[in-house]
Design a protein around this ligand. Structure first.
Ligand code: CA
Length: 229
């Protein structure tokens, strides 16, 4: 089975809220990882890029707003979806958060249902590859729910990395990505994997796609793209 859970980094110092939020996220099928200060959050995203951050406004070491500015100033993270959590419902806070690049903002106390609805809406908006609908190109289909990939309705065996790569390409057809972009966007971890590894996985992906390998194009001296043309 291919594990492809959406990882959500929860940056919050109040244990009761961490517990509530983590429970709600797990129930919704996501993978929550919690840290209780801005420094640990920053360290975490250097090692592993989450799909989204839930960021508390008041943290022990610095404000969530300050961390948000730092995230947005870094080109590796400026697309990362961020929802601010705040105990205050003051309009100026909301505006400051959105000005600094928050994608959305939730006022405490909130219900788990409200939280998951807002996360779902943001994931849909920011990351079309996280939608739950069938993805296809040519005679290849990928089911994001069951994680099955089929060629002419025959299920094919595919490795975890090749699955993630294919899913990313299907979500962004006809767009060329460099090896480093693929590393950032598909693996979300620029420490462990080298750019050469991308070539290896592209090679393997083409192999499992058999006659549909033509979908994955090499764009000389730039990178790779998926295209039916
Ligand atoms: Ca707090």
């Amino acid at each position: 089975m291919v594990a492809d859970k959406t990882t959500i980094l929860v940056v919050e110092d109040e244990p009761a809220i961490v517990e509530l939020v983590s429970f709600a996220l797990r129930e919704a099928g996501w993978n929550p990882v919690a840290v209780n200060n801005a420094g640990d959050a920053w360290d975490f995203i250097q090692r592993r890029l989450p799909h989204m951050i839930l960021l508390d406004w008041m943290l022990p070491d610095q404000t969530g707003l300050r961390l948000l500015s730092r995230i947005r100033a870094d080109r590796n993270f400026n697309e990362l979806p961020v929802i601010m959590l705040t105990a205050k419902s003051m309009e100026e806070d909301k505006i400051a958060g959105l000005d600094n690049g928050a994608d959305d903002y939730i006022t405490k106390p909130f219900s788990p249902r409200e939280l998951t609805a807002r996360i779902n809406a943001l994931l849909r908006r920011k990351r079309p590859d996280h939608s739950q609908s069938m993805m296809r190109a040519g005679e290849v289909t990928l089911d994001p729910v069951s994680c099955n990939v089929s060629l002419k309705d025959q299920k094919i065996d595919i490795g975890h990395a090749e699955f993630k790569l294919l899913k990313f390409f299907l979500a962004h057809p006809d767009r060329v990505f460099s090896r480093s972009q693929l590393l950032d966007k598909v693996w979300g971890d620029h420490v462990v994997i080298e750019e050469r590894t991308v070539d290896v996985h592209v090679l393997r992906l083409r192999k499992v796609l058999k006659e549909a390998e033509y979908l994955i194009k090499t764009v000389r001296s730039v990178g790779y793209m998926l295209s039916e043309k």
